[in-house]
Design a binder for this molecule. Structure first.
Ligand SMILES: Nc1ncnc2c1ncn2[C@@H]1O[C@H](COP(=O)(O)OP(=O)(O)O)[C@@H](O)[C@H]1O
Ligand code: SF4
Ligand SMILES: [Mg+2]
Length: 324
């Protein structure tokens, strides 16, 4: 299996008046061809920022301060902003949060597609070629090509989400990042979207998918591997079922307890298993960032930061309980 994403020691954040808010700290993430990788964690833990840093979307105030991101063999930060821009949509694409509203409401879907293609190719293919490409992709993802002539407002929520995915994957990017794509959808539309994302990888329309969500239950349905973030750091990475059945990091354990005990609407905002709140990233706690909330905290946890290590085959954890 070839490596599609190799993100190493990624560090970055936002230049704010009050200082530098390091939203992502020393994160390592790998994804192989055919894999769907879930990134989970409470709101504000740095999931979207990590995604942007991985694809090189460092629009101020966001800044990379360390690490590298290699996508399908291309060293993203070895490229200029203009060169990176040309890769977005072709090599790596993000379906952003609130993507349902990302389609320009004043344009028909086919004109939105023409614009996307025109931007990406110095000599764009003809309109009929683009239309053929678009029809094929629409059919592959179960969307009636009739929608190509419609305006976004004429599409249902589910169709709009599919149209966004069709547009995002039109140029067959190797690597797709879906950032909370299901949050705004009702349960049945959500299910269809999950099936669709799964299909994109199984049909090899994209090589790898990173699926970001605060909701582990949603991630579990399609992700092979899961990565747990807290306060800008990755605390645990493992196969989905291993992590669900036997979480190793105390924070992951807390997340699982909240999943088991709460309904989806409450899950969004509360972690029943863990008292307290995530820290302010402008001034994070010393040592392990989770120590003020951790029931197992030891003296070493306040002083020294644990790094992510493979503690069992295929199981990576950053916690002193497992590193000694
Ligand atoms: N454009 C921005 N400017 C300043 N701070 C930001 C910006 N976007 C995100 N942040 C901050 O960075 C941290 C991580 O945010 P984000 O990556 O959006 O988390 P998540 O996607 O997990 O909810 C939060 O503290 C958030 O307030
Ligand atoms: S390193 Fe210490 S404080 Fe952090 S999660 Fe592990 S036991 Fe808890
Ligand atoms: Mg986000």
């Amino acid at each position: 299996m070839s490596l599609v994403l190799e993100a190493r020691h990624i560090e970055g954040g936002y230049n704010l008046g009050a200082g530098f808010l390091k939203a992502v700290d020393n994160c390592d993430l790998y994804a192989y061809e055919g894999e769907i990788v879930g990134v989970a964690g409470e709101s504000g833990c740095g999931k979207s920022t990590l995604a942007k840093l991985i694809m090189g979307f460092t629009k101020p105030p966001l800044k990379l301060v360390g690490g590298k991101s290699i996508v399908d063999g291309i060293d993203i930060y070895g490229l200029s902003w203009k060169e990176r821009r040309s890769l977005w949509g072709k090599v790596v694409t993000m379906i952003p949060q609130a993507s349902m509203n990302a389609l320009n409401p004043t344009k028909r879907i086919r004109d939105i597609i023409f614009d996307v293609v025109k931007e990406k190719f110095p000599i764009p293919p003809s309109k009929s070629e683009v239309l053929d490409m678009a029809k094929k992709r629409f059919e592959e993802i179960g969307l009636d090509p009739v929608a190509l002539s419609m305006y976004p407002i004429e599409l249902s929520g589910g169709m709009k989400q599919r149209a966004v995915i069709a547009v995002s994957t039109l140029l067959n990017p190797s690597f797709l990042i879906a950032d909370e794509p299901t949050s705004a959808l009702d349960v049945s539309t959500q299910k269809l979207l999950l099936e669709l994302l799964y299909t994109l990888v199984r049909k090899k329309i994209v090589k790898t998918l990173i699926f970001i969500s605060h909701d582990i239950v949603t991630l579990r349905q399609i992700c092979d591997k899961m990565c747990i973030m807290y306060a800008g750091e990755i605390l645990e990475i493992s196969d989905t079922e291993a992590i669900m059945n036997r979480p190793l990091h105390p924070y992951t354990k807390g997340l699982m307890e909240s999943v088991i005990s709460l309904s989806p609407s409450i899950r969004k905002t509360t972690l029943k298993g863990i008292p307290g709140a995530p820290p302010n990233l402008l001034n994070p706690p010393s040592g392990c960032r989770f120590h003020p909330r951790c029931p197992y905290a030891m003296p070493v946890c306040r002083k020294k930061e644990p790094s992510l290590r493979e503690v069992e085959e295929g199981r990576f954890v950053a916690c002193w309980l497992h590193l000694r």
